[in-house]
Design a protein. Sequence first.
Lengths: 97, 560
Amino acid sequence: MLLSKQEIQHIAKLARLDLTETELEKYGGQLSNVLNYIDQLKEVDVSGVEPTAQVTGLTNVLREDKAEDWDKKEIEQALADAPEKEDRFIKVKRVIE
Amino acid sequence: MSFPKPQAIGHRYARSGVAMRIQGLNILLLFIVYIFRYIFIWLFFIIFAFSSWIPAFAGMTNRKIMRLNQLTIKQASELLKNKEITSLELTKACLARIKDTDGKIKACLTVCEKEALKEAKQADERRSQGETENLLGIPYLAKDNILTRGVRTTAASKILENYIAPYDATIIKKLREAGAVLLGKTNLDEFAHGASTENSAFGPTHNPWDLTRVPGGSSGGSAAAVAADMCIFALGTDTGGSIRYPAAFCGVIGLKSTYGRSSRFGLISMTSSTDVPGSLTKTVEDASLVLSVITGVDKYDATTVNAKTPLTPLLKGGLDKITIGLPKEYFVDGTDQGVTEAIDKAIEDFKKLGAKFKQVSLPHTKYVVPVYYIITPSEISSNLGRFDGIKYGLSVMKNPPQPPFVKGEEKADLMSIYTKSRGQGFGPEVKRRIMLGTYALSAGYYDAYYLQAQKVRTKIKQEMDKVLEEVDCLLTPTAPHAAFKIGEQVQDPLKMYLEDIFVAGASLAGLPAISIPCGFDNGLPVGLQLIGKRFDEATILKMAQGYELATEWHLKKAGI
């Protein structure tokens, strides 16, 4: 199976990645190659087999839904990494026109 | 700085008729200076010659012979306990070694000298107040995908180049409480995506055994640093072999515990269902010492398990009641002869120690890599969604597009902040995995790829659990060959993925596994892997330690 350029572009859009022309071309070939190898999974009979998402056997680990306060310094440190902010808020571009 | 030598001063005065008018007094003074000098020289010589007999000086000369940075945790903590060395001396020795060798090896991305020296002094203070924990005052390095409060954490990615975490990962917090001294952060494949450390945005790490070769990955910086004695131990993370595989390439011990043994809180998430933090050490005993500190239930990681099983190897009783399984699918063509020979020799050594062997079969082994490379990219595509150029990390918001605009990009809208920040911030392998995962999870392909892989994963896990009911542990090579040349495999992602063939199985099944040195192939270290039952680290540690005590592979040092 060979992924077309349109398909690669579609995946890049879903993945929120801005790719160059060269990258689009390169990933097309490489991803097709990897997927061809992975395709052998289809030969495994999995009828009646449950999927495994995690292996510990734990279920429903619950805790109280309680807000934990950060100290002021921690909040400042966390906000310090944001590129644009106003007071205690991180600024984003307009979402609604 | 240069001071005039006392001798020169003496002569100047001797020739100055103004300062010293009486010639006789002049000669007398000179005579006294010479006598004192001789006495001092002889005194130093005598002290030095007999210093090894005087307890107070014994440490000083021994230290010169065996450098402090070469010590194991066990050795260093004994010396600290007996007050023969201080953590400050130990820390300085490691920092000096980093300065000497890291220009060639490039294992460290950040060295936090100032903080380390401060922590070392605090550790010495705690020792002087009677505290005696094993890791108190022991200097270590941490892989740079583990958050350290106040010390930069980059994940070896441009997107986090200047990121400073506001909190410590749980395992770092535990080590801090135990008094271990953080020296700095080590190189890795960007976001731990890789098996060679060549995918780092800041350049590859070099294998101390041969600088033209890779150290393995993704915890390559940590493995190389331990092999070159830049630290007493190092932390790594293992998602599909990322601790064990570089441990094998660098000739050190790499332990990945059972999934759920140690908290993942504060690890930069890659594949949440298989990520496990662990250690790279110089001995097996050190590995169990680190594990005993970093393990435990954490309220910030709901997948941690309160396991009551012991962590320390119970060496008493030898290995004669142990049965080791040899899965035939792990002993196939394609493994280098040098590796096969080293493993065969190790099997004979284990037999001499009393262990019994049994041939077993894990028929789904050939699906381990395909399953891993669906599940891992899928979880990556989701986990790396957090890097959006808004909250932290590289962002084009700082430099929004200016006119004239490229087609359709009239302004910097939210979408273009996402796509451009991510497009510029992520390296090639990260993008490849995000794309692969996005595809596997996308409408129309989810059932065929992701769901199918999760089901085959069930079969792999059940099969391994079942075989481990018949035997106490499994023995396999860690990697099919020794370290390869830098640049040799970068152009072929699939070939690189196949490197995980022997290590990804234990990750998918969540089983504990350790890689230990078992020989050399053309001067390059070869690793042997022991895989244990879930939460039964004690057995593989016992096996590994029994082997280590009977062999000397772990004592061999890279000549750098």
